[in-house]
Design a protein around this ligand. Structure first.
Ligand SMILES: Cc1ncc(COP(=O)(O)O)c(C=O)c1O
Length: 449
């Protein structure tokens, strides 16, 4: 069962934002924290159905962002709504940290079956991506009795103090917060187009240069490997620009971790849950993490984050880590239904429609010199804007202009990295939806260059 809707194209009938939206934006400015990193365009959502978002003035947008890669099954998927409703009629909360309920082991078991870790696993339940990452950090420190971490430039792992110590995709995330809470060393992510390391000409050399930096620079100077608790990596760097890791990179990290007793922590908060056309992006790399972090798409919009680890690693004592709301039965009901829908076709749809989308974007890249790169896996696609293909100089202003031009035409997309537009639509997106989206994207670029 997929959500049905009569809408075929966006419907923009007022100026943007419209009068009702403006009122809400004004109230928001008065009462809501100014720290949210909202884009230049202002979308005031009122209703969501399938791939469509209706704003407070009745304008209808094609949503190719899905609430930042969260509404994996589309907005208000009827089966998700039904699963949540049923659960709210039975048990809304009981606090899994102190009591038991059937939903927790049920989701733990399901995750054990689907994560790319062959050893038995255990799951810790939290409420967000950052909390899942905090769990991973604490677990790695506890298990290894070490304190240092290695993270990558461009990475995003959340904004709580531990996770923030890893995060390095934008200065604004760090400014004002002084020292890092944790001892984290950052190394260049192997993004071959933007790698600062010498001799990088393609994915393979980018991967080699980063590995060489870790083993022959870090380990020999500031960061003895026997003091490193974990290497934390996104299989596809998300906020940093939608950059898939090069083919052999995760295997090399696995080799380093095995050699030195370091935990390989793979953050699939954004890339997980079918988005890349496999249940987990890690599967493209034939590597087994020690610890995995999941959130965003796992709950179709309900707040849930999980840290799944090899059971032999999850050896901490009673009371070492817990969360009042983490693994709330309603959120788990949404997660179990989400996984069922993903397994019953949406992962495959992400693969097929994602390829169709990338082909369409590559055709636009042939038409416009300002598109420097089209990359991604499944429905996790990045389009990088540059001054020209010859210089490949990043063009963030053009990216922002195109983002706004898309909004004005009824297409919701969002920037990431310095100069990239991310496509992270609901995984129910159809080829027909893609045709509509590409027509708008084409018009938006033409109007912006
Ligand atoms: C890879 C990754 N990890 C962690 C997070 C943090 O998740 P949350 O915002 O739910 O705390 C994000 C959020 O964008 C993310 O993309």
């Amino acid at each position: 069962m997929t959500p049905t809707t009569e809408v075929q194209k966006p419907i923009i009938k007022t100026e943007l934002p419209g009068p009702n939206a403006r009122e809400i934006i004004q109230a928001d400015a008065q009462y809501v924290t100014p720290s949210y990193p909202r884009p230049d365009y202002k979308l005031v959502a009122e209703k969501g159905y399938g791939v469509w978002i209706e704003d407070a003035d009745g304008n209808v947008f094609l949503d190719c962002n899905a609430g930042v890669a969260v509404c994996s099954t589309g907005h208000c998927h009827p089966e998700i709504v039904q699963a949540i409703t049923k659960q709210t009629e039975t048990l809304i909360h009981m606090c899994g940290t102190d009591y038991y309920y059937r939903q927790m082991p049920a989701l733990g078991k399901k995750l054990d079956e689907i994560v790319p870790i062959s050893e038995p696993t255990k799951t810790h339940f939290a409420n967000s991506g950052a909390e899942a990452v905090e769990t991973a950090l604490k677990l790695a420190m506890y298990h290894t009795r070490r304190q240092k971490f290695i993270s990558f430039f461009g990475s995003f792992h959340g904004r709580t103090l531990g996770a923030l110590s890893l995060t390095s995709s934008k200065k604004a995330q760090r400014s004002g917060f002084a020292r890092q809470a944790l001892d984290v060393v950052h190394v260049p992510y192997p993004n071959w187009i933007r790698s600062p390391l010498a001799g990088v000409t393609d994915e393979e050399s980018a991967s080699k240069a980063t590995i060489d930096w870790i083993e022959n620079r870090l380990f020999q100077t500031t960061t003895p490997p026997e003091e490193v608790a974990g290497i934390v990596v996104e299989a596809v760097q998300g906020e940093g620009g939608y950059v898939p890791a090069p083919c052999g990179f995760l295997k090399e990290l696995r080799r380093i971790c095995d050699r030195h007793g370091i935990m390989l922590i793979v953050d699939e908060v954004q890339s997980g849950m079918g988005r890349t056309g496999k249940m987990f992006a890690t599967e493209y790399y034939a590597v087994e993490p020690d610890i995995m972090c999941l959130a965003k798409g796992i709950g179709s919009g309900l707040p849930i984050g999980v840290c799944v680890a090899r059971a032999s690693i999850m050896d901490w004592h009673k009371g070492a880590h817990a969360s009042t709301f983490g693994g709330n039965p309603v959120c788990i009901a949404a997660a179990l239904k989400t996984i069922e829908l993903l397994e019953n076709g949406l992962v495959e749809n992400a693969r097929v429609v994602g390829e169709y989308l990338r082909n369409g974007l590559r055709a636009l890249s042939a038409k416009y010199d300002c598109i420097g790169d089209v990359r991604g896996l499944g429905l996790m696609v990045g389009v990088e804007f540059v001054e020209s293909k010859a210089t490949m100089k990043a063009n963030p202003e053009l990216r922002d202009k195109i983002e706004m031009a898309c909004f004005e035409r009824g297409l919701i997309i969002l920037g990431c990295g310095a100069n990239t537009i991310r496509w992270s639509p609901p995984l129910i997106l159809t080829k027909e939806n893609v045709d509509v989206a590409l027509e708008i994207f084409d018009a938006a670029i033409a109007a912006s260059v």
